[in-house]
Design a protein around this ligand. Structure first.
Ligand SMILES: Cc1cc2nc3c(=O)[nH]c(=O)nc-3n(C[C@H](O)[C@H](O)[C@H](O)COP(=O)(O)OP(=O)(O)OC[C@H]3O[C@@H](n4cnc5c(N)ncnc54)[C@H](O)[C@@H]3O)c2cc1C
Length: 422
């Protein structure tokens, strides 16, 4: 391939050799480098494999799907039905329930890796990746390894959830009980008999409250803002499925009205229990701000019975007491921060064009965010879950295949010995 030959001649002739003496080895990867072995990175690798394009997957953890294996609570199930969560070329087993458990999802991903014979390189954190304009290659460096890896293509698959968001709360260091982020929360058993404040009311915060309740804890949930809660199922089908179906027939504002009407019918008026809805509908809100509606799995019923209390924003904490923005105060034994995650891309990707430094997400909105300049790609940053990852993965593999063929074909034609004439 041209770039391998070029790299070799550079190595011999210019200051590149000097750099290598200081830094260490240089390895040319004969295909894309994928950073991250979560569902998105694995999906791209599988799509490439199907097209005969080799790749290298670099993963900071010691396993695939580290978010699911190491950073999620025990009772987690897929929030969406399995048919909307499958990766390319492999459906979920028919024996799995509609909403597989996290163990089942991990099992599915392990099988995916086996099926496509993927071999991620574990325990390697990418600390920098930058485009070398003189070589026309991406240069990737991992922590503690004296080696640069070079490739024509770089696929960013480190996810929207790579770092926990921990908000600054006045006095939180003085709080005497445990303060844990959802990434280290496993089960409500640990909090049995305790008063727990859950800060954040997304899907995780809501479900953790339910888990705490089911384990005889007394949870309160902080709801600072308006939010949309929808039943997980409506009209005998998943709410997600119903939305997708309705969107084929009606404009989004009408679909929102239909969803809200059915939700009101099933869940009642949520503002009566302190959960005001935003002015714009759930799907429009998702499109404009990326804010996902909460799919209720039973938490609302516990809020209605008063087993889970709703609290306004936190102003400050002291030894055991939490003061709220409405002036009220209450004592708690523990705090769970369900305050979400963010992308870590700006910390290691030196190219500032494709990803915003503010939120670490592609600057171009869906569906255009998957492709950048010079062979740079993003998978899993659409705020559309695993469905979005699968869509990205297919597009990326197709795009890379084209340039791969253009570069490999002339090279193989050049090296192949012609078959003897019969
Ligand atoms: C609790 C929870 C439930 C969810 N449920 C659903 C659902 O039901 N359906 C759905 O469609 N979506 C769901 N999502 C959203 C999304 O689909 C998942 O977050 C999914 O795991 C995203 O896959 P990913 O590969 O893009 O990112 P991740 O799973 O986060 O994988 C990224 C990988 O990159 C690695 N990495 C990060 N930085 C580096 C680095 N510098 N060097 C090397 N490796 C690095 C990480 O260790 C990680 O293994 C859920 C998300 C959460 C948090």
């Amino acid at each position: 391939m041209d770039y391998l030959r070029e790299l070799e001649s550079k190595r011999v002739h210019d200051s590149f050799d000097e750099t290598m003496k200081k830094v260490g080895r240089c390895v040319c990867v004969p295909g894309p480098i994928i950073v991250g072995a979560g569902p998105s990175g694995l999906a791209v690798a599988a799509c490439l494999k199907e097209k005969g394009v080799p790749c290298v997957i670099i993963e900071r953890a010691n396993c695939i799907a580290s978010l699911w294996k190491l950073k999620t609570y025990n009772r987690l199930h897929l929030h969406l039905p399995k048919k909307y969560c499958e990766l390319p070329f492999m459906p979920f087993p028919a024996k799995f329930p509609t909403y597989p458990t996290k163990e089942q999802f991990v099992e599915y991903l392990e099988d995916y890796v086996k099926k496509f014979d993927l071999e991620p390189q574990f325990n390697q954190t990418v600390e920098s990746a930058n485009y070398d304009h003189s070589l026309g290659l991406w240069r990737v460096k991992t922590v503690g390894v004296k080696e640069f890896r070079y490739s024509r293509w770089l696929v960013v698959a480190t996810g929207e959830n790579s770092e926990a968001v921990v908000p600054e709360i006045e006095g939180i260091n003085e709080f005497e009980g445990p303060v844990v982020h959802t990434s280290s929360y496993k089960s409500g058993e640990t909090f049995s008999g305790k008063k727990v404040l859950v800060v954040g009311c997304g899907n995780s915060g809501m479900e953790i409250c339910l888990d705490l309740c089911n384990n005889n804890a007394q949870p309160s949930i902080v709801v600072r803002d308006t939010l949309h809660i929808l039943p997980r199922e409506m009209l005998g089908r998943s709410t997600f499925g119903v939305s997708m179906w309705l969107l084929k027939l009606f404009p989004i504002c009408l679909v929102d009205r239909i969803l809200l009407f059915i939700s009101w019918f099933i869940l009642g008026d949520t503002s009566r229990i302190g959960l005001d809805r935003p002015n714009i509908g759930p799907l429009q809100l998702k499109c404009t701000s990326g804010k996902t509606p909460v799919l209720d799995v039973g938490t609302l019923a516990k809020i209605k019975t008063g087993e889970i209390k709703v609290r306004p924003g936190v102003k400050r904490t002291t030894c055991r007491t939490v003061e709220f923005t409405d002036g009220s105060a209450e004592e708690y034994d523990a705090i769970v921060l369900a305050t979400g995650y963010r992308s870590n891309v700006p910390s290691w990707l030196k190219d500032k064009e494709m990803f915003s430094e503010e939120d670490g997400l592609p600057r171009r909105s869906f569906p255009h965010g998957w492709k950048g300049e010079y062979g740079l790609y993003a998978v899993g940053f659409t705020k559309r879950g695993l469905l979005g990852s699968s869509m990205d993965a297919k597009r990326i593999a197709q795009d890379i295949e084209q340039s791969w063929k253009a570069e490999v074909k002339p090279f193989t034609a050049f090296t192949r010995t012609p078959a003897p004439a019969s």
